[in-house]
Design a protein around this ligand. Structure first.
Ligand code: NAD
Length: 373
């Protein structure tokens, strides 16, 4: 007997829409998935965009009406890759229709909205996933394995950063990113590095934030300008539940940085250094190495770091960004099949949003705060 069919309905066909399509297509070929995945319907803002995307991305149908996609009884999984402001409405509609829902990060502009989504997901009986794809990197998996195995000894500190430069130009017009409701760099990029921090270090117990608006006004697109209330750079000191301490920085004005998602972790027996710009490598220092031979060694990704070997039999040949989405898809489908826990469900997405809001509130109140339980 063949595998059960899983019909995917994708909403949004921009950067992430393409990446998700790649993820579903590649996962079907790379992994032994529990389903036969069918790229069923894709929706965008207009019928023309929907139909054109169906053709270029390889979906059977295209539509300009995402509600029709959600209501279609043939669709099993609704995949939301639209801008943040649409995540809640589209995801809730998907859950109400009894579908599995895969939604890009951040789960919603506000934690209060993310909570509605997580509550609806808990009641739905279906499976959810938020797109924190960097966690799917085999080298992040290796880092976690080494920490858990005690190879670094007692973990003492974490230093993380997610920096890009797409808002550097003060002439960049005011947009949804500057909206006081859910805009700002802490939500957009800080969410990624917070997810990585907790993935490796365990829960964050307390934060002390410092959110800075570096560019005070931005053009309104009509010849005038608008004041900006959201953050361009946010830093936070962190105290983890396990006693370790650390910090994160999120910036979208780091001129020249295109995709810096980096961390350093130090323990009593060693240290780890990781950079997303060279994400097929992990640098490991072991204090037990003999004097005169000490130093960070570069571990290159290869088949010894699952699931790398399913993509490529040769070490050092490197995975790419889209491959991380294929891994995310495969893990999510195992959860839908009931053979694995949900890797990063809406409840976890809500938690990240709460961390972001706690950091921003801590900055306003200039004091340490604990995220909501
Ligand atoms: P984008 O602008 O490239 O694409 C958005 C798509 O949604 C476009 O095709 C647009 O036409 C469509 N859309 C907008 N309104 C719609 C509507 N009402 N109905 C149907 N389609 C609609 O944006 P993007 O960069 O792909 O970002 C989308 C989401 O992905 C955001 O939430 C963002 O935070 C997230 N994102 C995640 C990562 C990651 O690494 N996980 C990277 C980039 C973006």
């Amino acid at each position: 007997m063949g595998k059960p069919v899983l019909n995917v309905g994708l909403i949004g066909t921009g950067f992430m829409g393409k990446t998700h399509t790649f993820g579903f297509a590649a996962a079907s070929r790379v992994f032994d998935l529990p389903f036969e995945v069918v790229l069923h319907t894709v929706a965008d803002r207009t019928e023309d965009l929907g139909r054109a995307a169906a053709q270029s991305l390889g979906f059977r149908h295209g539509t300009g009406d995402w509600r029709r996609l959600v209501a279609d009884p043939e669709i099993h999984l609704v995949d939301v890759t639209t801008p943040n402001a649409f995540h809640k409405e589209m995801s809730l509609a998907g859950l109400a229709a009894g579908k599995h829902v895969y939604c890009e990060k951040p789960l919603a502009p506000l934690a209060s909205e993310a909570r509605e989504m997580a509550d609806a997901a808990d009641l739905s009986g279906t499976k959810t996933q938020v797109g924190f794809n960097y966690l799917c990197n085999p080298m992040i998996g290796l880092a976690r394995e080494m920490i858990e195995a005690g190879e670094l000894g007692e973990i003492r500190t974490f230093r993380g950063i997610h920096a890009e430069d797409y808002m550097t130009d003060a002439g960049h017009p005011y947009s949804f990113r500057n909206d006081p409701v859910g805009g700002g760099v802490a939500a957009d990029l800080g969410s990624h590095i917070l997810a990585t921090a907790e993935h490796l270090m365990g829960p964050i117990a307390q934060v002390l934030g410092d959110a800075v608006t570096a560019i005070a006004t931005r053009p309104d697109g009509k010849g005038g300008s608008l004041p900006v209330a959201t953050d361009d750079v946010t830093r936070a000191f962190l105290r983890f539940e396990n006693g370790a301490t650390g910090s994160i920085e999120a910036s979208w004005i780091a001129n020249g940085r295109k995709m810096q998602h980096d961390f350093e972790i130090y323990g009593s027996k060693g240290g780890l250094i990781f950079s997303q710009e060279r994400f097929n490598e992990l640098h490991f220092y072991r204090s037990e190495d003999p004097a005169g031979r000490q130093g960070f060694r570069r571990i290159e990704a290869g088949p010894a770091h699952p699931p790398y070997g399913l993509f490529c039999v040769a070490p050092g040949h490197q995975l790419g960004f889209n491959d991380l989405k294929a891994i995310e898809v495969a893990r999510y489908l195992d959860a839908i099949a009931g053979t694995a826990p949900e890797p990063f469900n809406f409840r976890k997405g809500l938690h990240i949003q709460e961390l972001v809001e706690t950091i921003l509130r801590s900055s306003r109140e200039a004091r340490w705060l604990s995220p909501a339980a």
